[in-house]
Design a protein around this ligand. Sequence first.
Ligand code: GAR
Length: 190
Amino acid sequence: MKNIVILISGGGSNMAAIARAAQKEAWQEKRGLRIAAVISNQADAPGLALAKNLGLSTDVLSHKSFDSREAFDAALMACIDQHAPALVVLAGFMRILTPGFVQHYAGRLINIHPSLLPAFTGLNTHQRAIDAGCRVAGATVHQVTAELDHGAILAQAAVPVLPGDTAQTLAARVLTQEHLIFPQAVRSFF
Ligand code: GAR
């Protein structure tokens, strides 16, 4: 059995999309893939309840309990490694990771970013795409490397930017595509 650990910070809709695809497509029985745990750095992340409702095991590790980024990442690695993961999935995990963390999971750490990388790394991607006059926006699943929002691209989806779009309306349109490409990218990883 190959274990997948999913890290979240918020709504967890991408985590749920992956979990639902795993159930629907019988990943465990047909592919030997199992979502071993969902870990949040936010105790009040709505995604935790969603994960529990999907029958997944959850854990919380608050970054606020640690003095440094290195100390948090070391504890997070220990928490993740209990599950001996073949793949660690960042699904709306809103923490910058230390080089040591990234190195530890090199080649088995993927992220979804709400832009068509290499455009718009970092935050506020939708507003920045609108402000730049982009006619298309989208999302990217990529390998995580030490440089933020870089690393080999595994999947992308594009959506139109429509007249009158706000960051919220564009984000919602992009998110529907995220829910399609992220489960596919996880499946294709193996
Ligand atoms: C998603 O749009 C994801 O692309 C983005 O956060 C949202 C999480 O939604 N990730 C980043 O911005 C990473 N820098 P979700 O919690 O409902 O999956």
